[in-house]
Design a protein around this ligand. Structure first.
Ligand code: FAD
Length: 474
């Protein structure tokens, strides 16, 4: 699928390589030397789309899905995907190599949108109704990929291999005649008088820039800086990109001894330094995992996503308050501890503890150490106040957050092109007609569970549909 660049420019104007550039208003404008390519025999145009070119920036999930959709609707449209690195690289590494394609538990689109810290209001409209998780699953199964939904809603290929998804998308692109240009980056974009886009495409070195004109432009560049730059060159603003989906570094040397312990259900509340307002999503319930440096697990990742923007302004400083017995009221915790004390008065507190809380011994000792209750202390000698303090600690254990660590299995970027600047019905820019955006380049990001890919599939599909329809004049 790798054609020389000139091949896809046959119907248009191609500008010389290494054209000199001049700066105007902060933008780079090429000094053009027009050259009409005649090397490829061009059949006479059958209809509108046979003369037109769609350039997709980025062969990620959104770009490839969008290219396939546009080419499906408009077979005569020339569709070229320009990729500076490896196509579908993130799909390949995603979900620990299994690719969590989407989420199968959120059939209701209103509920689905709640999983997007950036986008939860805007995505409640047509976006997921046009192409939601069920449509994604249907699409892949129609294209020969068997999928399964795990208990927590995450959808994976039955093969448990992301290669199944990559191979499916690549072979469908090839079958339709989508052209993939790898090792090239789109570096400049400007509108032309003829309502086209003049694109500067760099191959390996900045000195080797080719210029082409595209009729439609789909920017699906993920969280890459170049994509944001292209969007700004075409008049868009950018919400400052900040990381989302990370784990918390905790200031507590004793916590490292607990590394590897998983709590299946914890209520976690995050208070961020200098943030007074109440953000309901900064309380999450779910599994928490102790790591070498602090806390991870689904509840923590959700907090990191909802707190991503405010945490970045606070230098990732805050207080994490964990309730390790969220289903047991504080009064019941106290009475369980009291009953245990009465029953096991002659046993050491470090060795004997209530099983009702489902805690492991290492963690119980940690709680005792925070209360200064370690050693050979017997239950009989524990005062009522100490006992109630232990109860309080189990329900309200605070930890000092001192920074973030990358979550290697999945991380995304919050920020990008604001949703207010595009129409979510078409993914077309409100600033520049025939310019489209899809995927992570937009100010949309989801929590873990397949939501980030779903944003890419939905956006790619809607953009591809709009472009395909415009190309055939529908
Ligand atoms: C390790 C990891 C695991 C993940 N696992 C999951 C998961 O299991 N489920 C899930 O839902 N989400 C997952 N995500 C998030 C998900 O991968 C992204 O949200 C998704 O890939 C975004 O798709 P995209 O097409 O918008 O961008 P990308 O996949 O980032 O694709 C953008 C492409 O554009 C190219 N590009 C950028 N600028 C240019 C340019 N100027 N010219 C040419 N090419 C350019 C880039 O090289 C890239 O290939 C994971 C992320 C990571 C990092």
């Amino acid at each position: 699928m790798n054609f020389p660049l000139a091949r896809f420019a046959h119907h248009s104007w191609v500008f010389s390589e290494a054209a000199t550039t001049s700066k105007s208003n902060g933008r780079l404008f090429p000094t053009l030397r027009k050259r009409k390519l005649t090397s490829t025999a061009i059949p006479r145009a059958q209809n509108k789309s046979s003369e037109e070119l769609l350039v997709v920036v980025g062969a990620g999930a959104a770009g490839v899905y969008g290219a396939i959709r546009a080419k499906t609707l408009a077979p005569n449209l020339t569709v070229v995907v320009v990729e500076k690195a490896r196509p579908l690289a993130k799909v390949k590494v995603s979900g620990g190599g299994r690719c969590n394609v989407t989420n199968g538990h959120c059939v209701d689109t209103m509920m689905l949108a709640e999983n997007y810290p950036r986008g939860h209001r805007e995505l409640k409209g047509a976006f997921f109704n046009t192409h939601g998780p069920v449509d994604t699953m249907t699409w892949f199964s129609d294209h020969g990929v068997e999928l399964k939904t795990e208990d927590d809603g995450r959808v994976f290929p039955v093969s448990n291999s992301s290669s199944t998804i990559v191979d499916c998308l690549m072979s469908e692109s090839t079958r339709l005649g989508v052209s993939l240009q790898t090792g090239k980056a789109v570096v400049t974009a400007s509108p032309t008088d003829g309502q086209k886009f003049l694109l500067g495409i760099e191959k390996r070195t900045p000195s080797a820039v080719e210029y082409i004109e595209a009729d439609y432009l789909l920017i699906a560049s993920g969280n890459g800086k170049q994509g944001y730059s292209l969007a700004s060159q075409l008049g868009h603003s950018i919400v400052d990109p900040v990381p989302s989906l990370f784990t918390f570094k905790i200031e507590d040397s004793k916590l490292a001894d607990l590394s590897g312990i998983t709590f299946p259900k914890v209520k976690a509340k995050l208070k961020i330094e200098n943030v007074q307002r109440n953000i309901p999503q900064l309380t999450q319930v779910g599994p928490v995992l102790v790591t070498h440096w602090g806390f991870s697990g689904p509840a923590i990742l959700r907090l990191s996503a909802w707190g991503a923007c405010v945490l970045s302004t606070s230098g990732y400083k805050g207080t994490l308050i964990l309730d390790f017995t969220p289903d047991v009221h504080i009064d019941d915790v106290k009475s369980i501890l009291t009953q245990h004390k009465n029953k096991f008065a002659k046993q050491k507190v470090a060795n004997s503890y209530p099983t009702e809380f489902g805690l492991v011994k290492r963690f119980w000792k940690y709680i005792l150490s925070r209360q200064g209750l370690l050693g050979d202390i017997l239950w009989a000698s524990i005062s009522k106040d100490s006992l109630f303090s232990v109860a309080h600690m189990l329900k309200h254990c605070d930890f000092c957050v001192k920074g973030k660590s990358q979550y290697k299995d999945e991380f995304v970027t919050a920020g990008g092109v604001p949703l207010s600047e595009i129409s979510l019905n078409t993914m077309e820019s409100r600033i520049q007609s025939r310019l489209f955006f899809a995927g992570e380049v937009l100010n949309v990001d989801g929590i873990t569970g397949g939501f980030n890919f779903q944003n890419a599939w939905s956006g790619g599909y809607i953009a591809g549909t709009s472009i395909g329809k415009q190309a055939v004049g529908a």
